[in-house]
Structure formats: structure tokens, C-alpha cells
Design a binder for this molecule. Structure first.
Ligand code: ASP
Ligand code: MG
Length: 447
């Protein structure tokens, strides 16, 4: 019997009515002849509320205790979901990560899944139960509760789907799919039908917030196609799939904005082997995640090193870097006013003129580019944060991401119709047709 793994995000289980609706969806799936496992997030903004609660107690909560606290959100949902299913006449059982052996490393608040022991899940599925699993959490080999980082239920979903060799993996949330840009900023953003894992990974790390990039990485490694779709209706969302040649026809698939960035610049850095290693070893050791790194040679024979990072990490970085500068005798400056606008597309590998088009769009609007970074499938420009949203709209228009043949006509038609209820976001994950048995296998360390 084929296995379906469904995941419901916080907004899709925000209250009793929504929990019941999610339960019904799962029951329907089971009645259609599937074995059904469900991963759930904490209800609504519960995780934020828990974080805020900790902040009322202390500015520096021990990370282990933070995990202990944050993991409670999902435990509430799993039990309520199981109750909802039982009350609707289905047979269901809920599990925390510890109860089903979702083993992680001990990097509290951003742990990585090492293995999943799916025996218990399978037993319950075989007994005809719907199995409800707490997303976002894990447990170390020593039994400490961990969490996988904000939005981590998606990681749980993909990991469980891969480990079970599920046929279909669905992630229901409050948007219709992946958009060409954040529709809250870009009103004419369009839902994407198909996007590759790599594009999605780039978009996620560049600020598109729909899916956790570790979830996508996991999906890519295990070839678990992802269908992002809404929990409010049955229309198709966005399929996240392996790349094929035909996907290269689209030059740019999406644009993204990361708008809380800071930059650290180091001048007069001694130019000798090992210095860059020392700098970034020190930074990594303090748990700071660095974004783009640039090193150039200055005329006086020293090196100039700069890197961007999340604004929230700047104060920690300042401490570390100032100490380091005293040791290396270099000079540091810190900027906190930056944003990064990016475009992503597989087609960049084969089409030319993409960078020029992006730079021209920003230039025409008088937006200064402070930094440019590229990869095979993305171009990013660092700009002033105040210009961020406008830049995103400009770039989105420059690549005509909102427009599609006949779109204007359809829009006119739609205007005449009664306005539809605005729908939410959701994500479906389909596994490969010949799932490998990953039960109790080690998960790739990068995922
Ligand atoms: N509840 C966690 C969060 O809000 C995990 C998740 O929703 O995926 O980040
Ligand atoms: Mg959440």
C-alpha cells in the first residue's frame, strides 16, 4: 500500500476548526486507499509566543532549554490532531520525535537529522492508524530534545517521507505555492508551476521564505519531488523537482529580497596564507553564519576582506571581529543598512545578458549597487535597505516575471468576476517512483 506523508504548517492548524479540516483531509486520503503519516507544526504563532516568553525571562536562554521549550508547541498539535481524527471515527496515534527515534546531532536550535527509525511508524501504519508526527523536533543520542531551526517541520516532512519511501509527500500551508517573488511586496508576482531543487535552494537562501532550504536539500538528495500547495483548496501548487533540460528554457524563475543584512569589512589584512582561514574559523566557531565573502588585494599589498551576515548576528560578530583585529592588526568597519536583491534561474547557465539586464534595471532607477555576487544560476546585488522593496519590484518587472501571454486579458476577466476568497500557502511532496528504503539509514549530514 502506498504511503502518503502530509504536512500542515502553523497557519493550517491554527485553531480547532483548522485542525479538524486537516484531520479530515488525512482521513479522506486514508479512505482512498493510502497509508497516511502526518507531520504538524505548532499552532499558529505558538513558536513565536514561546520565544517571546523566554525573552521575558532572559536575554541569553541556554540553547538546550530553548529547545526544550520550543518543542512543546508541536506536541500540543499532535495530540489535538489525533483527538480530532479519533472523534471523526478514524484510528490515529501521535508521536514526538523522541518516541519514534528522529535522531539529530546536538546543535541545539539548529540540529540536523542523522537518522530516523521508521519501524514504529510502519507498525502503526500497518495496524491501520494514521500516524501523526511532531515536526521541527528531534532528540540527540543522549536523549536531549533538539529543534531543527525555525520552519523545521518541512525538514521533518521530507526526512520522514524519504525514510518511509513515501509515494506522495504533501506540505499544506497558507499560500498557493512558490511565487516569482514575495506577493506581499510584488503585487503582480505569479505562482510558479515547476521549479528545480537548485533554484528553490537559491531562492530560499536568498530570502524567499516558503521552504526551509535544509528541507529542499534533503529532498534533492533523496529525489523527493515537492509539491507546494494550499490547504484551503484543491488546486495545484508548485512542483519542486530535479532539473531537466527543458527547465533551462526559463531564464529567470524568481526574484528574492533579503532585507536585514549587515556587512563587516576588514582592511589592512595581512596577505599571507592562512589568514582567511583564521578569520572564518573564528567566526564559524562562534556560530555566526556568514553570507557572501569577498576578498581582494589592496594596492599596498595587504588584503581587503568583507562579508555579509544577518543583521541579528552583527553585534555578536562585532565582538568576535574586534578581538580578532587586535590580533591580526587589521581595521574593521561595520554596516547595518543593507539588503540583497537577487534573481535565480536555471536558464542563466545557457542564456547571456542576464546580469546586464538586472544592473540596467537598477541603474535606471538610480539604485546604487554596493556589491555583486553570482553563481551559475543566480545574480545578487547588495543595495541600501531603503531601496530593497522597490528594487525587487523593478527586477521582477525587468525579467517580466509577472507577465504571461494573455495575463492582462485574464486579469480583466477576473476583475469582472466576484472576488474569490484569498487563499493560503501549501506544499506537497512526492517521492520518487521507486523509493529506496531509508529506514534507520543515516541521513546526509548537510540536510
Ligand atoms: N513551529 C516551528 C516554527 O514556527 C517549526 C515550523 O513551523 O516548521 O518555526
Ligand atoms: Mg510555525
Amino acid at each position: 500500500m502506498s504511503i502518503v506523508v502530509m504536512k500542515f504548517g502553523g497557519t493550517s492548524v491554527a485553531d480547532a476548526e483548522k485542525i479538524r479540516a486537516a484531520a479530515l483531509r488525512a482521513i479522506r486520503r486514508q479512505k482512498a486507499g493510502h497509508q497516511v503519516a502526518m507531520v504538524v507544526s505548532a499552532m499558529g504563532k505558538t513558536t513565536d509566543a514561546l520565544e517571546a516568553l523566554a525573552a521575558q525571562i532572559t536575554d541569553t536562554p541556554p540553547k538546550r532549554e530553548m529547545d526544550q521549550l520550543m518543542a512543546t508547541g508541536e506536541q500540543v498539535t499532535i495530540s489535538l490532531m489525533a483527538m480530532a481524527m479519533e472523534s471523526l471515527g478514524a484510528s490515529a496515534i501521535s508521536f514526538t520525535a523522541g518516541q519514534i527515534g528522529i535522531i539529530t546531532d546536538d546543535a541545539h536550535t539548529k540540529a540536523k537529522i542523522k537518522s530516523i527509525d521508521v519501524r514504529r511508524i510502519r507498525e502503526q501504519l500497518d495496524a491501520g492508524r494514521i500516524v501523526i508526527i511532531a515536526g521541527f523536533q528531534g532528540v540527540t543520542e543522549d536523549g536531549h530534545v533538539t529543534t531543527l531551526g525555525r520552519g523545521g517541520s518541512n525538514v521533518t516532512l521530507v526526512a520522514v517521507a524519504a525514510a518511509l519511501g513515501a509515494e506522495v509527500c504533501e506540505n499544506y500551508t497558507d499560500v498557493d505555492g512558490i511565487f516569482t517573488a514575495d506577493p506581499r511586496i510584488v503585487p503582480n508576482a505569479r505562482k510558479i508551476d515547476r521549479i528545480t531543487y537548485d533554484e528553490m535552494l537559491e531562492l530560499a537562501s536568498l530570502g524567499a521564505g516558503v521552504l526551509h532550504n535544509r528541507a529542499v536539500e534533503f529532498a534533492k538528495k533523496h529525489d523527493v519531488p515537492i509539491h507546494v500547495r494550499s490547504s484551503l483548496h484543491n488546486r495545484k501548487g508548485t512542483m519542486i523537482v530535479a532539473d531537466t533540460e527543458s527547465m533551462e528554457r526559463i531564464v529567470v524563475s524568481g526574484a528574492a529580497l533579503k532585507d536585514k543584512l549587515a556587512r563587516v569589512s576588514l582592511a589592512k589584512v595581512p596577505d599571507r596564507p592562512g589568514v582567511a582561514a583564521t578569520i572564518f574559523h573564528t567566526i564559524a566557531a562562534s556560530g555566526i553564519v556568514v553570507d557572501d565573502i569577498i576578498q581582494t588585494k589592496a594596492e599596498d599589498g595587504t588584503a581587503f576582506v568583507s562579508f555579509t551576515l544577518e543583521l541579528a548576528e552583527l553585534s555578536e560578530a562585532k565582538k568576535v571581529i574586534e578581538k580578532l583585529c587586535r590580533r591580526l592588526d587589521c581595521h574593521a568597519t561595520f554596516e547595518d543598512h543593507l539588503a540583497k536583491v537577487s534573481v535565480v534561474g536555471m536558464g542563466m547557465r545557457v542564456h547571456t545578458g542576464v546580469a546586464e539586464r538586472m544592473f540596467a534595471a537598477l541603474a535606471k532607477a538610480g539604485i546604487n549597487i554596493e556589491n555583486i555576487t553570482t553563481s551559475e544560476i543566480k545574480i545578487s546585488c547588495l543595495i541600501n535597505r531603503d531601496e530593497g522593496k522597490r528594487a525587487l519590484r523593478l527586477v521582477h518587472d525587468a525579467f517580466e516575471l509577472g507577465a504571461r501571454p494573455g495575463a492582462k486579458k485574464r486579469a480583466r476577466k477576473a476583475k469582472k468576476k466576484k472576488p474569490r476568497r484569498k487563499s493560503g500557502k501549501a506544499c506537497l511532496l512526492y517521492t520518487s517512483p521507486s523509493p529506496r528504503d531509508l529506514s534507520t539509514s543515516r541521513m546526509p549530514s548537510s540536510a
